[in-house]
Ligand binder design. Structure first.
Ligand code: ADP
Ligand code: MG
Length: 498
């Protein structure tokens, strides 16, 4: 049964969307959150497991200090308060991937709370996301359903459980209801999660690889008549792990809920699942927190990070991605639009690395956003995957700066580098692509060109300096573009006037 949808523009004209995002990030600690099993991805199923991972009788958990430190880093980066003391809680529910029958989480005592994150939208404007809390918990194992369509349990002949992921440290970041996004709600949701992803990487707490499910978002959406009205009933779409998916889910839920409300119906508070085609479908009716029978975990002592430790972590926080972008934009002298293009092209890190290898940011940007972007497009690939390193680009520009290559020759050398012929210096040598800087060789070519064009020589003598262009052109042609045009012009003038 397909849902009735209202046109998106009409929906956001008639209703005010409110978002709530719950983002889970898997931490890149060496071991799990409560036991010493390795925290690795892609190992043979059920090999990275201890009795604690699966809650065997008598097995006791111990808190991973590095996991706590990472959670504090995240909390601080999001402008949160860090709790003086907080406890873990058991969230009770049954699912085959949760052998313990409860998830060790935090309930009313999160390690971090009351923050805010400023995000930058693609059009360069800013939006502030209010953060309610960030708490520590553990991941569950992974069920695989065999025999059904799309790996779903429906129609499956049997299911397999891999507990390698059981107990992997997670931090869950929960926003307050996000109001005021209006028609931009889909983009706000995606930009928020993208910003978080960048922050996790900058903090070094996670590789934050979306395709591995390192970062997953539960997307809550509700509509109300107007911004002053009380919050409407929300739906929660679980485990969306692509930016596009997040955008699509918000858009779809706005359209779906608007159609229900406009027809006089009521939105059902339920869990939904995002589909590959960008729609959502109903899952279970949402349980209330009460159903989980949260209670303090009796096997773990409270976590009470000392204020000294928290301050030390705060001092050691790396530069946040947004601040870094602002700094580089100023250092490289880019406009808002230029900087946005750089970010959208995925060129920021590449340009930064190229500049770090010894050339100006402007020159580095010119290569990555110019010639290399063009080539990437032609080859239907992305900058990151091109067969050239920032160091090679810096070397190439160095050859231009020292006058050994013209821009045009440099582009030919780059072609060779991309074709796997070696570093720029080697390619230039092998292909014989160097500026003819030997004046005597150039003078011979200049004299030849002047002799062949006596009328032009006369014009120059008569004061028509622009006419020199024709001679320079002839010399460039004769040297197959391997002369420095500026030097050729100087020589032409010397010859004619001097
Ligand atoms: P649960 O734990 O059941 O998922 P929470 O109360 O933690 O529920 O809320 C989940 C997320 O949804 C939070 O980000 C919260 O701010 C947000 N939220 C709560 N009420 C609404 C609503 N009416 N519309 C949109 N988002 C909401
Ligand atoms: Mg939730």
């Amino acid at each position: 049964m397909s849902d009735t949808l209202m046109d998106f523009d009409e929906a956001v004209r008639r209703y005010d969307p409110v978002l709530g995002l719950e983002v889970h990030v898997e931490l890149g600690t060496a071991t799990k959150m409560f036991d010493a099993a390795p925290n690795v991805f892609g190992a043979q199923p059920n090999t990275m497991v201890t009795p604690t991972s699966v809650g065997l009788p008598g097995a006791l958990p111990v808190v991973n200090a590095r996991g706590v430190e990472y959670a504090i880093r995240i909390g601080l980066a999001l402008g949160c308060e860090i709790a003086e003391s907080c406890r873990f809680a058991r969230k009770n529910y049954f699912y085959p991937d949760l052998a313990k029958d409860f998830q060790t989480s935090q309930s009313d005592e999160p390690i971090a709370y009351d923050g805010a994150l400023e995000i930058e939208m693609e059009d360069g404007s800013f939006f502030t996301i209010p953060i309610e809390r960030a708490h520590m918990e553990e991941d569950a194992g992974k069920n695989t359903h065999i025999g059904g369509a799309d790996g779903r349990i429906e129609g499956a002949s049997h299911s397999l459980v891999d507990y390698n992921r059981a107990g992997v440290p997670l931090v869950e970041i929960v926003t307050r209801p996000i109001e005021g996004a209006g028609a931009r709600a889909p983009q706000v949701a995606a930009a928020y999660v993208r910003t978080l992803r960048d922050i996790f990487r900058a903090l070094g707490v996670s590789e934050a690889r979306m395709e591995r499910g390192n970062v997953r978002a539960d997307v809550n959406v509700s509509l109300r008549e107007s911004p002053d009205a009380p919050l409407g009933t929300r739906t929660e779409t679980k485990n969306v792990n692509t930016f596009r998916g997040i955008e699509q889910v918000v858009r779809y839920e706005i359209q779906r809920q608007a159609a229900i409300l406009a027809a006089g119906g009521e939105v059902l508070q339920e869990t939904r699942h995002g589909q590959a085609d960008g729609t959502t479908r109903a899952g279970r009716v949402k349980s209330d927190a009460d159903d989980y029978r949260y209670f303090p975990e009796p096997d773990l002592v409270p976590v009470a990070p000392s204020r000294e430790w928290v301050e030390q972590i705060r001092e050691e926080l790396p530069e946040m991605p947004a601040a870094k972008r602002r700094r580089l934009k100023a250092e490289w002298g880019l406009s808002d639009t230029e900087m946005r293009d750089v970010v959208n092209a995925g060129a920021l890190e590449l340009i930064e690395a190229t500049a770090a290898a010894g050339i100006t940011g402007q020159a580095a940007r010119k290569w990555w956003m110019g010639e290399l972007s063009r080539t990437a497009k032609e080859q239907e690939t992305v900058l990151e995957d091109m067969a050239v390193t920032p160091e090679q680009i810096a070397e190439l520009q160095g050859l231009v700066d020292s006058g050994r290559l013209t821009d045009k020759l440099a582009r030919q050398v780059l072609e060779g580098v991309l074709a796997g012929e070696g570093d720029p210096e080697a390619v230039a040598a092998a292909r014989g692509l160097e500026v003819v800087s030997d004046d005597s060789a150039l003078l011979a070519a200049v004299d030849e060109a002047l002799a062949a064009n006596p009328d032009v020589a006369d014009k120059i003598r008569g004061g028509k300096v622009q006419a020199a262009g024709a001679i320079v052109g002839a010399v460039m042609k004769a040297t197959r573009g391997q002369a420095d045009a500026k030097r050729v012009r100087e020589l032409v003038m010397e010859r004619v006037q001097g």
